[in-house]
Design a binder for this molecule. Structure first.
Ligand SMILES: *Cc1c(COP(=O)(O)O)cnc(C)c1O
Length: 436
C-alpha cells in the first residue's frame, strides 16, 4: 500500500515514511491509494473474533510489509488493552464508550498505535535516525495527554508538549506533567495559538533540524488516523440487530475520527448512516448546506476538543467520495449543536436514564436524536469520546453529585508534576529543545 499526498505534487510513500514524516513535503495530507476490501468472513463472524484479531485484520492492508506480522499483532494488542463497551441508554440509542484508555479520551488509541509504530521503526533501523527523534506537539487539552501517555518511557524518543498556562483542566495538566523522564511538559505563559505558532516555527528552524529529528504527533498523521477505524468494528461486533445496521453519531472537530469511520464503511463495514455532530463551530454543517467552505477562527464552547474553525481532515472525507458533495451527503448528515442545547441534553438524559454524558457526547447524542426523529425504525450509536470526569466544572454545576471520580484519576492526582515554565518566545523553546 502506498499513500499519496492530497496536494498531488509530492511522491507517494509507504506507511513507514507517512508515519514518520506526518505530512507530505508539499504539505498535503497522506491518503491511501486504494481502499482495501475486507474479507466478508470478518463481518459475518465478527462476534466470534477477539478485538486484537479484528484490529490486526483491519490495519494490516495499510501497513503492508513495513511492520512484520508478529510485531504488528503485538502493537495492536498493546494499543487496545482496554474495553470498548457498547452501553444501551434508551431503546433506540446506545453509547460506545471510548474513554476507558489511560487518559480517558478516544485519542489514546491513535497515540498508542503511533508511538509503538515509531518505536518499532527506530529499533529496527537505528541508522536511519542519526539525530535524536523528538516528537513536538502543542495541545489545548486531550491530544497532549494521549501523546504523553502513548510515548511514556518509549525508548529512543523524546516528547516535548507545549500547553497554555491555566487553560487546561487539572486532570489534563496532571496527564501532561506526571510522566516518565522522556516526556517534557512546557507550560507556556500564553495561549494555545502561541503554543502552536512556536511549534510551527520549530519545524522550519534550520538550527533545530540540524540537531534533532523533529516529528509531529497531530491527528493528520496516518498512524493516528487509521487505527480509529477499530472503534466502528468494535461497535458493530456488539450491535445486536445485524439486519438493521446502526446510524453512528460522531462528535467531530478535526473530522479525523468520522473520516476513519467512513473509511471502515467503504471497506465493507455495515453502517446505515453517519452523523457529524459539531458544536457551534459549524463550518462543515454550513458547507454541507451551501456547498461553500468558509473557515472561521475557532469559538470557545463547552466541548472544547471540537473547537476547530478549519477542520484539517475534511479534505480526506472529500477525497474518499471523489470530491463529490452529493456523495458525502448520502453518507453523512451534519448538525451544529449549541452549548445551551448540549447542557439540556446532558441533564435530560441523566434524569431520564441515569446515564451521564459529557459535553462532546451530549453534542453527539442531540444530533443523533434529531436524525432518528426523522427516520423512524432506525437505531443508533453515539461515540462517547471522553470520560465525564475530564469536564467536572459543567457537570458539577448542572448535576451536582452525579460525577464519580474513578480510582485511576484519584491516583493520578497524587502523582508529582514536572513542568518547565517558558514565555511565548521562540528562543526559549529553541534553548529547551537543544538542552534535552
Ligand atoms: C479530539 C476530540 C474530538 C474530535 O475528534 P476529531 O477527530 O478531531 O473530529 C471529540 N471529542 C473529544 C473528547 C476529543 O478529544
Amino acid at each position: 500500500m502506498q499513500f499519496y499526498s492530497l496536494h498531488k505534487t509530492a511522491p507517494a510513500v509507504s506507511f513507514r515514511t507517512a508515519a514518520i514524516s506526518g505530512q507530505a513535503p508539499d504539505k498535503g495530507l497522506y491518503f491511501p491509494e486504494y481502499i482495501p476490501r475486507l474479507d466478508q468472513g470478518l463481518i459475518d463472524n465478527i462476534e466470534t473474533l477477539a478485538n486484537e484479531e479484528i484490529a490486526f485484520r483491519v490495519i494490516h492492508p495499510y501497513v503492508g510489509n513495513d511492520i512484520d506480522e508478529a510485531s504488528l499483532y503485538r502493537i495492536v494488542s498493546e494499543t487496545i488493552q482496554f474495553p470498548f463497551p457498547l452501553v444501551p441508554v434508551t431503546e433506540k440509542i446506545s453509547s460506545l464508550e471510548l474513554f476507558h484508555g489511560p487518559t480517558l479520551a478516544f485519542k489514546d488509541v491513535g497515540a498508542r498505535f503511533m508511538s509503538r509504530c515509531l518505536s518499532y521503526f527506530i529499533q529496527k533501523d537505528p541508522g536511519a535516525f542519526s539525530k535524536k527523534v523528538t516528537v513536538l506537539v502543542a495541545t489545548s487539552g486531550d491530544t497532549g495527554g494521549a501523546v504523553a501517555n502513548g510515548f511514556d518511557n518509549v525508548p529512543g524518543i523524546e516528547v516535548v508538549i507545549l500547553y497554555p498556562s491555566k487553560r487546561v483542566s487539572e486532570v489534563q495538566e496532571k496527564q501532561l506533567t506526571a510522566n516518565g523522564a522522556n516526556i517534557h511538559a512546557l507550560e507556556v505563559n500564553g495561549s494555545f495559538d502561541d503554543c502552536q505558532r512556536m511549534v510551527k516555527q520549530a519545524f522550519v528552524n534550520e538550527r533545530l533540524n540540524q540537531h534533532l529529528y523533529l516529528t509531529s504527533a497531530n491527528s493528520i498523521n496516518v498512524a493516528r488516523w487509521l487505527p480509529q477505524q477499530f472503534y466502528y468494528f468494535f461497535a458493530y461486533k456488539q450491535w445486536g440487530n445485524k439486519n438493521n445496521p446502526p446510524v453512528i453519531s460522531v462528535p467531530s472537530g478535526n473530522f479525523g475520527n468520522i473520516c476513519a469511520g467512513l473509511l471502515a464503511k467503504a471497506s465493507g463495514l455495515p453502517v446505515e448512516h453517519f452523523i457529524a455532530a459539531c458544536n457551534a463551530n459549524d463550518v462543515i454543517p454550513g458547507f454541507m448546506q451551501t456547498g461553500e467552505y468558509h473557515p472561521q477562527p475557532a469559538h470557545a464552547t463547552l466541548s472544547n476538543a471540537m473547537d476547530v474553525g478549519d477542520p484539517s481532515n475534511f479534505v480526506r472525507v472529500m477525497e474518499l467520495f471523489d470530491q463529490q458533495l452529493n456523495l458525502v451527503k448520502e453518507n453523512v448528515t451534519a448538525y451544529s449543536i449549541d452549548d445551551a442545547t448540549t447542557v439540556q441534553t446532558l441533564t435530560d438524559v441523566y434524569n431520564a436514564t441515569g446515564y451521564l454524558l459529557e459535553p462532546h457526547g451530549a453534542v453527539g447524542y442531540t444530533a443523533l436524536e434529531k436524525y432518528l426523529e426523522n427516520h423512524p425504525g432506525k437505531k443508533g450509536i453515539v461515540l462517547e469520546t471522553a470520560h465525564p470526569v475530564k469536564f467536572p466544572a459543567v457537570i458539577n454545576e448542572v448535576l451536582p453529585g452525579a460525577l464519580q471520580v474513578p480510582a485511576s484519576v484519584a491516583a493520578l492526582m497524587k502523582k508529582t508534576s514536572r513542568q518547565t515554565v517558558i514565555q511565548p518566545d521562540f528562543s526559549q523553546l529553541e534553548d529547551f529543545l537543544l538542552s534535552i
